[in-house]
Design a protein around this ligand. Structure first.
Ligand SMILES: [Zn+2]
Length: 300
């Protein structure tokens, strides 16, 4: 079976210990399966972007010798493809404009005791203009089998309702961009952090609406700080030091529950040569609970 994987960071900061764990897991899973590994920069949300972060992430991947195939894809340059997908949905009457304000949505959620969108604007036939566009969901029932978490059942109509695929602005929503790119790049295997697990059902719904295949999913445990907060620039996670590449990779390898080499490996190239054939999915801690990096490093 062909394997095409990807690493898809958002340029909201430098690569840190947590994002390197994801990068290594996706790279190893692809290389272990003789697959291709693509790099996609998800720079679709300009206000959240940090100047220079894309270059910094790319440099760090190079320093850790996590080489990608093909050219790097930047979502900021792919608007025509996202627009095409929207048009396809529009023609199938699967889109509708929503003019609900945040305040209105909050009030609705409070009375209904759920954050799922009740379809307030579904049949109003509002003009699109620059407003948000929602996907009209017929059956929201999704069953997927995550390689680590096992079977997952979700009814998107109950959990989120008709969700937004173009934001007010207009801006393409993350869900749309990811689904379109995964399909057009022929991604067969998605390996990513467990923080994205609850996006998966929505993405499957969107894949179905657009007639795309659903890739295989593997969500790895999320690395968090000792206080439980996600590692990110906002929570003070330090950027990884590119001159400590071997050490960083060994740390990520251990976090992923993989077997330690018998002998010391002296270089990044040697380490990766050892790691590719020895990568074992079934050694990844099978938990959707976040794992603290402090805890992981003390259990040596
Ligand atoms: Zn609405």
């Amino acid at each position: 079976m062909p394997y095409i994987g990807r690493f898809a960071p958002s340029p909201t900061g430098h690569l840190h210990a947590g994002s390197l764990i994801t990068a290594l897991a996706t790279w190893l899973d692809a290389r272990h399966h003789n697959g291709r590994w693509l790099l996609r920069i998800e720079d679709i949300d300009p206000p959240r972007e940090v100047a220079g972060a894309s270059e910094s992430i790319i440099n760090s991947l190079r320093a850790h010798q996590l080489e990608w195939d093909d050219t790097i894809q930047f979502q900021s340059q792919r608007s025509p493809f996202y627009e095409q997908a929207l048009q396809q949905l529009r023609e199938q009457n699967k889109l509708y404009a929503c003019c609900c304000t945040r305040k209105q949505l909050r009030a609705i959620a409070e009375t209904r005791h759920t954050h799922s969108y009740p379809g307030t604007c579904r049949d109003l036939d509002l003009p699109e203009g620059d407003s948000a566009l929602r996907l009209r969901i017929d059956s929201g029932q999704v069953s997927i089998v995550d390689a680590l978490a096992g079977p997952i059942e979700e009814n998107v109509q109950h959990t989120v309702g008709d969700f937004i695929i173009r934001r007010r602005g207009p801006l393409f929503a993350y869900q749309l961009a990811v689904v379109v790119d995964d399909a057009l790049q022929g991604i067969t295997h998605v390996v990513r952090g467990a923080d994205l697990l609850d996006n998966t059902a929505r993405q499957v719904i969107l894949q179905r609406a657009l007639g795309y295949p659903t890739p295989a999913y593997l969500h790895i445990p999320l690395a968090v700080q000792a206080d439980g907060r996600k590692l990110s620039k906002q929570t003070g996670a330090k950027p990884i030091n590119n001159s400590d590449a071997l050490c960083n990779l060994q740390f990520a390898w251990k976090f992923l529950g993989q077997q330690q080499p018998d002998a010391d490996l002296g270089s990044v190239a040697e380490f990766l040569q050892f790691a590719v054939p020895n990568w074992r999915r079934d050694r990844i801690p099978a938990t959707l609970q976040p794992i603290s990096v402090a805890e992981s490093s003390s259990n040596s």
